[in-house]
Design a protein. Structure first.
Length: 56
C-alpha cells in the first residue's frame, strides 16, 4: 500500500465483511488493524482479493 487510494480499497474490502468493523491502516508501516467480527483468514482473503499482498 502506497497511497490513500490503497487505504480506501483495503478498508472497503474489510468493511464488506463487517460494515461495523473498525479499520486502522498505517501507510508508513503498511500495517492494518481490524477490530470486528471477521477472522484473520477472511481479512487476508479480502485484502488479497482487493489486489494487495498480505504478509504476516
Amino acid at each position: 500500500m502506497v497511497c490513500n487510494g490503497c487505504v480506501d480499497t483495503v478498508t472497503k474490502a474489510i468493511k464488506g465483511l463487517d460494515s461495523d468493523a473498525k479499520v486502522e491502516i498505517d501507510l508508513s508501516t503498511k500495517m492494518v488493524k481490524v477490530d470486528g467480527k471477521p477472522t484473520d483468514d477472511s481479512i487476508k482473503e479480502a485484502i488479497t482479493s482487493a489486489g494487495h499482498t498480505v504478509e504476516s
